[in-house]
Design a protein around this ligand. Structure first.
Ligand code: FAD
Length: 157
């Protein structure tokens, strides 16, 4: 399996979890209905992957609600900051939560290195990290929460 195919499979599994999340609050959804929904979601996939879903033990299927946080308006920067799911927990449909958390860590680390080199004041550096992070993370948070966009999303190479 090529890297690109592998990425698509991971995204597909996440999307399936996302579709099922629509039913998270439904009290009386039958396991058979959920299984049918899963099978419908993968009906255009290859036979091996379809087989995996078809052979699922139906008794183990359960709806699970997936929640997210809403973007928070800019706050007064202090020496305490946030990154990852603590500020942008999102549905897994884009496979982007951990990736965005890692980007936060890299962005913040870059700012802290500048502080260490006396190029910037600590709180200013953290404020810049927070601005930058809100700039890339909030659009991903919004997009990953839009079922239409999430289901149409095609990963690039
Ligand atoms: C079903 C599913 C599929 C996903 N698929 C993908 C994917 O394909 N690609 C992707 O990029 N992301 C994916 N994600 C999202 C990804 O898992 C998260 O975005 C990522 O784990 C966030 O990392 P984090 O370090 O911010 O938070 P976490 O991984 O939640 O780490 C927080 C840590 O803090 C600890 N903690 C909490 N409270 C305390 C406390 N009071 N004291 C000490 N420790 C504490 C917790 O135990 C935990 O270990 C998926 C998520 C789910 C649920």
């Amino acid at each position: 399996m090529s890297k690109q195919q592998s990425d698509r499979v991971i995204l597909g599994v996440c999307s399936l979890a996302f579709i099922l999340s629509d039913f998270g609050t439904a009290q009386f959804v039958q396991k058979q209905e959920l299984h049918q929904l899963m099978k419908d979601a993968v009906k255009t996939w290859g036979p091996d992957l379809r087989g995996l879903v078809e052979r699922v033990d139906v008794s183990t299927i359960a709806p699970h609600a997936i929640r997210r946080v809403k973007p928070t308006a800019p706050w007064q920067t202090t020496r305490v900051t946030v990154l990852g799911d603590a500020i942008h927990a999102m549905p897994p449909s884009f496979g982007a939560g951990a990736n965005t958390a890692l980007r936060d860590a890299a962005t913040l680390a870059e700012k802290l290195i500048a502080v260490h080199r006396s190029e910037q004041k600590l709180v200013d550096a953290i404020a810049q990290y927070e601005d930058t992070m809100r700039g890339y993370a909030y659009p991903i948070l919004e997009m990953s929460s839009d079922h239409e966009v999430a289901n149409r999303y095609q990963p690039t190479t």
